[in-house]
Design a protein around this ligand. Structure first.
Ligand SMILES: Nc1ncnc2c1ncn2[C@@H]1O[C@H](COP(=O)(O)OP(=O)(O)OP(=O)(O)O)[C@@H](O)[C@H]1O
Ligand SMILES: [Zn+2]
Length: 750
């Protein structure tokens, strides 16, 4: 008799019950990148599942604000390395495990392809695109499977990336950096986010940041008279401000012309040294001088540019003496002296000194002025070494106080509603308040997919999405893991086209905005004919100097024939084992609306134009995924199948219309909530900076699956993928327990 054919793959989830597989879990080597909200849950879930060889990388230290959800950390850990602490704590409750921590950036050279090859699985719990893209490239180079994850409030997702079998992380387009028209930020703000971005990116940097930190915003405005500028927010590296994206390109020609005259007027009056504290100048007097310039004279000058105010009221200047009479300013001096005596240092807080203890209560204009003055003076008095190099950090209380007060004062000039410290912090830091349960569910899903990979059950792999209100009655929606996209610039073969003005764009612009930010290249190596430019470890000093000297030169005037129209630039990154060819297309007619970043990169990439806020994308995605009634029935069964061993949240019977109506209503509300929320997941393809509880769902753009606006490159392909996501499969449902949960029978089968 012929022997029955062995199944190509072990059966899922049955394989979980075998002794061999349990041994396999025990000996598997796992790399976790990130020990934050998802990472803490993940480490715990891994050891509870039986994994015993884990290495974890995280560059950060523990903040008080992490403690509400990063449950491995306690108050006494604040300030310590997340990786080291997480490893020690997990080791504490699972002494049999070997947990190796690295308090480091995953982009460091030591985490190279050989490092990645040591692992069976790579699991990401990161919060920014740049690091995610870097890990993706290393996993491809090392041929190691990657399970990616992201959460934002109640939203979350887990995706599986196996070279040659499923999409790589970069097959789907990711969001382009959000842009705000600079003329709006500088001259005509009309939303709280505009004044917050102005306070954070312009005024904060101008007073406390590195000398070049603000030049992007200032120079560009002066040069171009209001061309939209980049605005990247979010995590350490990137993020997104929700309202900005939709605004890029809102400006009419007239508004731009008016902005040009305003910018020219401002540029004329501009003397950067004005904002520096003079020798011997008392800190509070300096702060008052800045106040007078920013909120009195600058506003008065702007109000006089008539063209700007044809369709809106002009701003009203503020006068410090009216807001803060001299007696009150004297009290500020006493508070400042007290802080200096106490050696307040990094913990200095203007609010504490002023008794403003309720972070949810809006301040009066006088209180805003007091906070602004005191925060500025505190920087100079108790944190002087940081002046000239500070960068805004949402976890730095003094920085948040300064930004809140500075933006509120500007808002009151323009009749924009002021914000509480709590809300301003959320907007400045692009915070979506993290939900511990979402992180826990996501970590469970990561481990589920990791187990399937380890077991070789590749046919059972799923990308899974968590929603805030049921989509088709489901909060957890699985989809078959998508195939790689042949045109992907990372795992496939594609050439990109870069439309850029090669006469006026310097090499520094190409390297910074295109190569590093847009392409997420870590250590660029650029070649074209006789032209060569390199960065990274191992360069001699004279080489570094020679390359640095090329940076200010316009592209087409570079040595070796230049980077003019038709040139093919080969971009390589040794640290990522990755490269791509970029065809240069010279163009002089890029409008700020079409190319807010000053260039257009085409190919298998998102375009920079009109990126949609993730919240909106989330909504669109849900709409697009709303399947037909037949698909719904299938989907219910698919959930049952896919949820085996994971979660089962909804029943599949009683298919009544009333319920459907409620769900639709719920979805609409969810979309509205997401679109209208005062906080946002940061976008920022390369930048990104989505800090926070600022969790980013990886598909925040949504355009990779044809759902979102601005998805460049593969429209048709995108739709197909969207359809795939919605596609459900049928299979017999495993038995449920009385709570509707499907549980794995954990009995030994021997
Ligand atoms: N390049 C990187 N290398 C190593 N770790 C990184 C890198 N980028 C981000 N991380 C880590 O990924 C983790 C992401 O976790 P999470 O999103 O919870 O952020 P968080 O900073 O802990 O939270 P919050 O932003 O709300 O304060 C962080 O601990 C962060 O330090
Ligand atoms: Zn790819």
């Amino acid at each position: 008799m012929e022997a029955p054919k062995a199944p190509a793959e072990p059966s899922w989830p049955g394989v979980l019950r075998t002794k061999e597989f349990k041994e396999k879990i025990k000996s598997a080597k796992v790399l976790c990148v990130g020990a934050g909200g998802i990472g803490c849950e993940l480490l715990k879930t891994l050891v509870c599942t039986g994994f015993r060889n884990i290495e974890v990388i995280d560059l950060d230290t523990i903040e008080t604000s992490n403690l509400n959800r990063q449950f491995l950390f306690r108050k006494h850990h604040v300030g310590q390395s997340k990786a080291n602490t997480a490893a020690a704590v997990v080791q504490g409750f699972c002494p049999g495990a070997s947990i190796t921590p690295y308090h480091a950036n995953v982009k460091e050279g030591r985490f190279d392809v050989d490092f990645f090859r040591r692992f069976d699985l790579v699991l990401n719990g990161l919060d920014n695109l740049e690091a995610r893209r870097h890990v993706n490239r290393l996993c491809l180079a090392a041929e190691r499977p990657l399970v990616e994850s992201g959460t934002a409030g109640y939203l979350g997702q887990v995706t599986v990336h196996i070279k040659g079998r499923t999409e790589c992380f970069e097959c789907s387009a990711k969001p382009a950096p959000k842009t705000y028209p600079i003329c709006t930020l500088r001259n005509t703000p009309d939303k709280p986010i505009h004044t917050i971005v102005w306070a954070k990116d312009l005024l904060f940097n101008r007073l406390f940041g590195a000398p070049d930190a603000v030049s992007d915003l200032d120079d560009q405005a002066a040069r171009e008279g209001g061309q939209p500028g980049k605005q990247e927010e979010g995590d350490k590296e990137g993020g997104e401000g929700k309202e900005g994206a939709a605004e890029a390109g809102e400006q009419s020609e007239e508004a731009r012309a008016a902005a040009a005259s305003a910018a020219a007027a401002a540029a004329q009056a501009e003397d950067p040294s004005f904002f520096l504290r003079r020798d011997g100048e008392p800190a509070l007097e300096y702060a008052a001088r800045v106040f007078g310039r920013v909120y009195t004279t600058d506003i008065q000058r702007l109000a006089e540019v008539k063209e700007l105010w044809e369709k809106r009221p002009p701003p009203r200047a503020l006068h410090l003496d009216q807001l803060l009479p001299p007696a009150e300013r004297a009290a500020l001096q006493a508070a400042l002296d007290k802080a200096a005596e106490a050696g307040a240092g990094a913990g200095a807080s203007a609010c504490k000194l002023l008794g403003l203890s309720n972070a949810s209560q809006k301040w009066t204009p006088g209180q805003n002025a007091a906070v602004l003055l005191l925060a500025t003076a505190l920087y100079h008095t108790v944190r002087p070494s940081e002046v000239g190099s500070a960068a805004f950090d949402k976890d730095d209380l003094l920085a948040v106080e300064f930004v809140t007060a500075a933006s509120n004062l500007r808002s009151s000039c323009y009749g924009i509603p002021e914000q509480s410290l709590f809300d301003a912090k959320g907007m400045a830091g692009n915070i979506i308040h993290a939900i511990a349960t979402t992180n826990a569910v996501v970590s469970g899903l990561i481990v589920t997919e990791a187990l399937k990979i380890l077991a070789g059950c590749l046919g059972s792999l799923r990308n899974t999405f968590l929603y805030e209100v049921p989509v088709d009655r489901r909060l957890v929606v699985p989809a078959t893991a998508w195939e790689p996209r042949p045109s992907c610039m990372v795992c496939g073969k594609t050439q990109l086209t870069l439309r850029i003005n090669t006469k006026t764009t310097p090499l520094s612009g190409l390297v910074g905005a295109v190569i590093k930010k847009r392409l997420a290249v870590n250590s660029p190596n650029l070649m074209c004919g006789g032209f060569l430019y390199e960065e990274g470890e191992g360069l001699e000093e004279d080489e570094e100097a020679a390359y640095a000297a090329l940076l200010p030169r316009p592209l087409r005037d570079l040595p070796g024939g230049g980077l003019g129209h038709g040139a093919i630039l080969t971009v390589q990154d040794q640290s990522q084992h990755w490269g791509v060819d970029v065809i240069i297309a010279h163009t002089e007619d890029l409008s700020p609306d079409d190319a807010p970043e000053g260039f257009i990169l085409e190919g298998a990439l998102p375009t920079a134009s009109a990126p949609a806020p993730p919240e909106q994308d989330g909504g669109k995605q849900q709409q697009q995924e709303a399947p037909s009634a037949a698909a719904k029935r299938k989907a219910a069964a698919a959930v049952a199948e896919d949820a085996a061993g994971v979660l089962h949240i909804t029943d599949s019977d009683d298919d009544d219309d009333e319920q459907e109506g409620k769900e639709e209503e719920g979805q609409q509300q969810q979309q509205q909530q997401q679109q209208g929320a005062g906080t946002s997941v940061a976008a920022g393809a390369a930048a990104a900076t989505a800090n926070d509880s600022r969790k980013r769902p990886l598909d925040e753009d949504g355009d990779g699956d044809g759902a979102a606006a601005g998805g460049g490159g593969g429209g048709g392909g995108g739709e197909e993928r969207g359809a795939k996501r919605a596609k459900a499969e049928t299979a017999p449902a495993p038995a449920e327990d009385k709570d509707g949960c499907i549980v794995i029978d954990d009995d030994e089968d021997d």
